[in-house]
Write a new protein. Sequence first.
Length: 298
Amino acid sequence: MSTAVLEALEEAVAAAAERVGPAVVGLGRGWGRGSGVVIAEGRVMTNAHVLRGDEVAVRRADGEVALGRVAGLDEALDVAVIAADTGGAPAVTWEPAAVDELRAGRAVFALANPGGRGLRTTFGLVTATGRSFRGPGGRRIGGSIEHSAPLPRGSSGGPLVDADGRLLGINSVRMEGGLLLALPADAALRSVADQLGRGEVPARPRLGLALAPPRAARRLRAAVGLPEREGLLVRGVEAGSPADSAGLRQGDLLVAAGGRELDGVDALLDALEAATGELPLTVVRGTEEREVIAHFSL
């Protein structure tokens, strides 16, 4: 690698640290906690999984420590917003359209302040987009950015930015081989962050079902003579829920939702996310297949 290239890389890393570093905070005390990024005056965004309880120490770039409280938390998306004195630190530049321009090979910079132990800034490349991982509650989170900028333990919740300092994602998961996954800082995440900052819980449609684990479902299907086909076996129905109103009951086999075949819980959750007010369901009860519609409000 030529001297000119090395010097350019050094300058880029230093510029990212200077431009974005003031917006990066440490959460808790020690390597076991996490990092966060100022998204507005008095508001810090981080991963939900780094928080323990409703309060957390927030160490700012100026070295001062403020006591923050959780303004809102979305475990399904693994994101939270903390209300804290940000000491006039500038918010990170957030332009959701920047995420739409991302491609493999794009240079990125990851920043963190692990547990308040000081700013870390590293360089890497986008290795893939549209990746997915499991959130704290086991729900699949899609659309994530995979990149090669290394970071130490305690960096979860810190920002991933481009060469212009624009927020691209929130570093969330460390993968085998040293790669990381970041939640994409797209328009959807911006909307969720704004809601959480106001103390609102993002509305998500729910059916009100309890589903049997796949192995138990196979055993029960064989015991009661249900056909061997892909689907989700209903173990219970919440009274007064959209599933209850649609007529679903214990022992039903859900085989499709919103026109999509159900080969797992993720497929049902994806269909729910895409639904707007109602969700057509295909159900097998005994040997009879029927169509029902679950209605819900957001």
